[in-house]
Design a binder for this molecule. Structure first.
Ligand code: HEC
Ligand code: HEC
Length: 422
């Protein structure tokens, strides 16, 4: 791993890195954008922050009839993560994906939609429209102990859905908290051979860590492509992620996902600007490390956290010059891994099964609580602290978690101190 003071290590986004560790750190344009790219980025910023209202408003009309929130930024707070809050209120930021175990998928290899609901529960409706259902979230305590005997308590989510109309067939559910949206153009520019080289589906090297590319349906190309975005790497491109968010999260039809009769509520220019915005947000520079954080960085390697949270990758070609050919430190392999029973949602998403999740990028994670007071971790926001996030790791990550759980309290603190410099 890079030694302390190494410039590449301190600039995790390559030339897109920005020296800012304030609450604004996730929402700044990459400093290496040229004037045209910056102008498009700023158009996208306006689009990302726009609040949609009920039709027929001329500019931001088209909300609903059912939706989860009224703006991108409403869920991705300051372009970071959202909170594990769901239901009819205005603070609802997470969402529930739903599907049936049997039936015909909406697209090849995808989820089987729940009749009348689709593959996502929209828990809001405009005036006069029928609500699909109301989810409620509660938490149960899970007790555990570190190797040195010190007790800890985790919490597991309990999701219940009061359907407006009870669906036929057993519904599989997956609760998802919004992840941050900076640095994503770099992740889009990692070429497919790099991902397949990281994958080890049959664990040939025998380290207990496999990792698979999740091949998902690309709506633009009309074929399966490597998934990169979403918590199960269930989406291939930022354009598709934005288009799906418009239509599913806000009920705003667009060129990729129009009305049945072809009608759209936002045009291609606006969709493209939104996607470009999420592709060109700067990555915050790492904080200077003290002795504990340097020790933590060594432990991160020794515990084999790096088996999935791969520190250094190099991006390939990209239509966006600012993100092409950059040496970056995202701390992810973009692959999906079996994370054990504790984290399993039991709901497949394309090639990812009910136990698999995409390795979360860890860049910027030390700023999560600076950007959003009360920020939570893991796909459903169950972890209140970084310690808790690590303690939930199971499956392919069980050995790494055990090394952490059995470590001395000072080594555990050092590992977390390292994460806080990211
Ligand atoms: C209701 C809250 C909500 C709204 C509104 C919302 N998102 Fe998201 N976003 C999420 C959640 C939850 C995920 C994770 C989805 C998954 O795993 O399937 C996500 C994932 C993403 C990702 C992938 C990030 C990554 O690391 O893979 C991007 C990019 C994104 N959203 C952009 C947008 C854009 C652009 C908009 C507005 C057009 C938007 N989102 C609106 C909740 C929201
Ligand atoms: C087998 C692969 C694997 C290994 C090994 C692994 N992780 Fe993870 N990590 C993941 C995946 C996958 C997730 C997302 C899980 C989820 O959201 O349910 C994750 C999530 C996290 C998160 C939460 C990120 C967020 O944005 O909420 C932290 C922190 C983290 N890992 C730290 C570590 C540390 C520290 C180690 C070593 C002790 C480690 N991980 C080892 C795969 C791994």
């Amino acid at each position: 791993m890079a030694a302390c003071g190494d410039e590449a290590a301190l600039a995790p986004g390559g030339d897109t890195t920005i020296e800012d560790r304030t609450s604004q750190a996730y929402r700044l344009p990459a400093p290496n954008l040229d004037a045209d790219a910056l102008a498009l980025h700023l158009d996208g910023d306006v689009a990302f922050e726009a609040t949609f209202v009920t039709a027929p408003a001329p500019v931001n009309g088209g909300l609903g009839p059912v939706y989860n929130h009224t703006s991108c930024i409403g869920c991705h707070a300051r372009d970071g993560r959202g909170l594990p809050q769901i239901g009819t209120g205005p603070t609802s930021q997470s969402l529930v994906r739903v599907s049936l175990a049997e039936g015909t998928p909406a697209v090849p290899g995808g989820a089987v939609p729940v009749p009348g609901v689709g593959a996502q529960l929209q828990d809001h409706a405009i005036f006069g429209a029928a609500l699909e259902g109301t989810p409620t979230l509660s938490w149960t305590d899970v007790d555990g102990a570190y190797g040195d005997g010190a007790a800890y308590q985790l919490r597991a989510p309990q999701l219940a859905i009061a359907w407006s109309e009870e669906p036929e067939g057993a519904v599989m559910t997956s609760l998802r908290q919004p992840p941050p949206v900076f640095g994503l153009g770099l992740l889009e520019a990692i070429d497919e051979p790099t991902l397949t080289a990281l994958a080890d589906p049959d664990d040939r090297d025998g380290d207990g860590i496999s990792g698979r590319v999740n091949y998902v349906w690309d709506a633009q190309l009309g074929r399966a492509m490597p998934g990169r975005f979403g918590l199960k790497a269930n989406t291939p491109t930022l354009r598709q992620q934005a288009a799906a968010a418009y239509v599913n999260d806000m009920g705003v039809t667009n060129p990729m996902f129009p009305e049945d009769d072809g009608a759209i509520e936002i045009d291609a220019a606006r969709l493209d600007a939104t996607a470009f915005y999420t592709a060109t947000l700067a990555v915050p520079a790492r904080a200077a490390a003290n002795a504990a954080a340097n020790r933590g960085e060594q432990l991160f390697d020794q515990f084999r956290c790096t088996g999935c949270h791969v520190p250094t990758l190099v991006t390939g070609d990209s239509p966006i010059a600012a993100v092409a050919h950059q040496t970056i430190q995202p701390f992810t392999d973009l692959l999906v891994h079996d994370m054990g029973d504790g984290l399993a949602d039991g709901r497949p998403d394309f090639g990812a099964d009910g136990r698999e999740w995409r390795t979360s990028p860890l860049w910027g994670i030390g700023l999560a609580e600076t950007v959003l007071v009360g920020a939570r971790y893991l796909h459903d926001g169950r972890a209140r602290t970084l310690d808790e996030a690590i303690l939930w790791h199971g499956g392919e990550a069980e050995a790494a978690r055990e090394r952490f759980r059995r470590a001395s309290s000072s080594d555990r603190a050092a590992l977390v101190a390292f994460l806080m410099t990211l």
